[in-house]
Design a protein around this ligand. Structure first.
Ligand SMILES: [Zn+2]
Length: 292
């Protein structure tokens, strides 16, 4: 099954809902970053968070989410956009902790001391930045806390994934409910409670339920409309040209040093591990440009 996100609205209840299946993009990210099982789960949950926050954006807007905790994974950075594209990385892809109750212990990998930072490019003059202290390192819970406390929009989030014994992701996805003004807080509370009371989303997806099934359960007995179903992908916007710009910002001295010591440059993208090669001639051209 391809990765996708479903967007629904329950107009009378004043609630919008999103659910996604992201198993392929999480496996692709794990392959690209050669992550160990716990790191796969952390990166995967982060990417699902990126998909869900991205779904809340308008055309051309982007969001970045950073988790900086005191756990062994170090930093988790993901970026998402309104078109269903996400990318991300963890600082330490080799983290592999003992499983807890049959699940990867992502909360321990992130840690309970630190911050979650959300940066949004809403195509305005300034970037929006929201920071919340970490509660316990559980990505779904942290996202929930952020939406309710920092953005102050009644919301409910579930994020989850399942790994098999080889560390392959067999099911990954998430669910997000959010109040849409004008709403009735009682109705919103009833629905967000349903999200919190339902079995873990990873378990439901693993048992064969689809994102549509999850939403149908949440909105049972309430009129809702499916607005959109859109594909999701792991996609990085790096390129040789962009990498060249990044090299230029290193400055003349650094590039001369590279040229003398390596005779070339290999640049690896943090987000996707695509490699970009710059020959001695390429570097000489950059130096000429810097000299002008
Ligand atoms: Zn890249």
């Amino acid at each position: 099954m391809e990765d996708y996100l479903v967007r629904v609205i329950a107009k009378d209840a004043g609630v919008r809902g999103f659910a996604c299946w992201t198993t392929n993009l999480v496996n692709e990210a794990a392959q690209r970053h050669e992550t160990q099982p716990t790191a796969t789960a952390v990166l995967g949950e982060g990417l699902i968070a990126g998909v869900l926050l991205g779904a809340l954006l308008k055309v051309q807007q982007r969001v970045a989410i950073k988790f900086e905790g005191n756990g062994p994974i170090g930093k988790l950075v993901v970026e998402g956009d309104s078109y269903g594209r996400v990318r991300g990385y963890v600082q330490n892809p080799d983290v592999d902790l003992p499983f807890k109750l049959g699940e990867a212990d992502t909360a321990a990998a992130i840690g309970d001391l630190g911050a979650m930072v959300v940066i949004k490019d809403l195509r305005l003059k300034d970037l929006y930045e929201g920071v919340v202290p970490l509660e316990n390192g559980d990505i779904g819970r942290e996202l929930n806390f952020y939406l309710n406390q920092s953005e102050q929009i009644p919301s409910a989030v579930q994020i989850g994934l399942r790994l098999d014994e080889q560390g392959q992701v067999t099911a990954a996805g998430g669910l997000l409910l959010q109040a849409l003004p004008p709403y009735e807080i009682e109705m919103v509370r009833q629905l967000t409670d349903r999200v919190e009371e339902m079995p873990p989303v990873a378990e439901l997806l693993h048992s064969g339920q689809t994102p549509e099934d999850l939403l149908a359960q949440i909105f049972a007995g309430i009129e809702f409309e499916i607005l959109e179903k859109r594909p999701l992908s792991f996609q990085c916007d790096c390129s040789w040209e962009r990498t060249r710009h990044a090299l230029i910002t290193l400055g003349q001295e650094e590039i001369e040093h590279l040229l003398q010591t390596e005779g070339q440059a290999e640049v690896d993208c943090h987000y996707c591990h695509n490699q970009y090669h710059f020959s001695a001639d390429d570097l000489q051209l950059i130096l000429l440009e810097l000299d002008e």
